[in-house]
Ligand binder design. Structure first.
Ligand code: NAP
Length: 345
């Protein structure tokens, strides 16, 4: 059994990691780290874990972590992982970081949108953990920069088509709608019940920090600098993400070629489901699961392709993909611990 620890276990992404890892056949959760809940039983913080997870939270100590783990998940606000990951890697641990700290190859891009980077020497070694796209690199990696939820929902439909030069990347416009858990568990006015219930709004229009992350990856895939318009929205549901992408196709490209390309690319990818032609994805159909459902439509009047994806922001958008990456790193079945069947209603 592989020994795993979760740092930031009591946050929404961390708790989702605990949920998934508790049902994983090949790992033992050996430590759950929290500042404010150190000493508390995890199941007292999340009663759904009663009888399932019998651990108390530990305070953060790097000696304790390196003694007790083979793999560490860091589910912390950005800036904190880069202060602890170097020591974990030096001790031979594999790390899957859910923050933005190890997602960028270009430290100056990270620094423009986040903080000065204190472990930029590790960025070259870190692998962007979009499991279906970078599995070969993930297999050999010691550090995974797990993608953001918006980038996961947007890059999975786009990358196969960009790689095959079927799209005009500079025409991409995307909007995405996220459930409120995407903002994390800590209290903030914008996620209060009365602020979000029965309401639907855009935020950080064309200035969300996931935009440069997506542009860095799309530019690498397209072989040219790609910039595009991205507008995130907040919807009154606890989890789920629906992304709609509008893009002009290259001359002569039709919907059948788009569908065949995505179908071929994802033929061996158990978590990617292409919707039948008449159906569009629904967040309800992926809730609690690691699936990414993709719908494909063509507006033939404007020659514009419309791609729609649905994921659970906490699973394929965070903890599920993190576990999928661990599975790939350890040479386990990619789906181990991730075979939860979504709710039918
Ligand atoms: N929520 C999502 O849908 C989602 C999706 C993709 C990626 N992510 C990323 O995952 C990470 C965690 O997000 P989240 O939504 O789970 O946030 P969250 O609910 O606010 O949880 C953050 C966790 O970090 C711990 N923490 C906070 N400040 C800390 C500090 N200064 N030192 C040590 N520990 C600290 C918190 O617990 P204690 O205070 O008890 O230690 C908590 O366990 C973020 O980087 C986020 O961008 C989240």
């Amino acid at each position: 059994m592989t020994r795993v620890g979760v740092v930031g276990a009591t946050g929404y992404a961390g708790a989702e990691l605990v949920r998934i890892l508790a049902g994983h056949p090949d790992v033992d959760i050996t430590t759950l780290i929290s500042r404010q809940y150190a000493g508390h039983r995890f199941a007292d913080i999340y009663p759904s874990m009663a009888g399932v997870v019998d651990l108390r939270c530990d305070p953060l100590s790097l000696d304790h972590l390196t003694d007790r783990t083979d793999v560490v998940f860091t589910a912390l606000p950005h800036k904190i992982p880069m202060s602890i990951v170097p020591e974990l890697v030096a001790a031979g641990k594999k790390v899957v970081d859910l923050s933005a700290d190890f997602r960028f190859k270009n430290a100056s891009t990270y620094e423009r949108y986040y903080e000065p980077h204190t472990a930029s020497n590790l960025l070259e070694k870190a692998v962007y953990g979009l499991s279906e796209i970078y599995a070969d690199e993930i297999r050999r990696a010691l550090i995974i920069g797990n993608p953001g939820c918006y980038p996961t929902s947007l890059l999975l439909p786009l990358i196969p088509l960009v790689r095959n030069k079927l799209l005009q990347p500079d025409t991409i416009i995307a909007d995405a709608k996220s459930g409120v858990s995407g903002a994390g568990r800590s209290l903030s006015l914008t996620s209060h019940y009365c602020e979000v219930e029965a309401s639907f709004k855009a935020y950080k229009v064309a200035e969300h920090r996931h935009n440069p992350e997506m542009e860095e990856i799309l530019s690498r895939e397209a072989g040219i600098s790609v910039e595009f318009t991205f507008v995130p929205h907040l919807v009154p549901m606890s989890r789920g993400m629906l992304t709609t992408i509008y893009v002009t196709v290259e001359d002569g490209v039709g919907i059948e070629q788009i569908r065949a390309t995505l179908k071929g690319f994802y033929a061996a990818s158990p978590f990617i489901r292409l919707c039948a032609a008449e159906r569009t994805p629904d967040t309800r159909d992926v809730r609690g699961s690691n699936y990414c459902d993709i719908g494909i439509r063509m507006d033939t009047r404007t020659n514009r392709l419309i791609l729609i994806s649905a994921i659970d922001n906490l699973v394929k958008g965070a903890a599920g993909q993190a576990v999928q990456n661990m599975n790939i790193m350890l040479g386990l079945d990619e789906t181990a611990g991730l075979t939860t069947v979504p709710y039918p209603v």
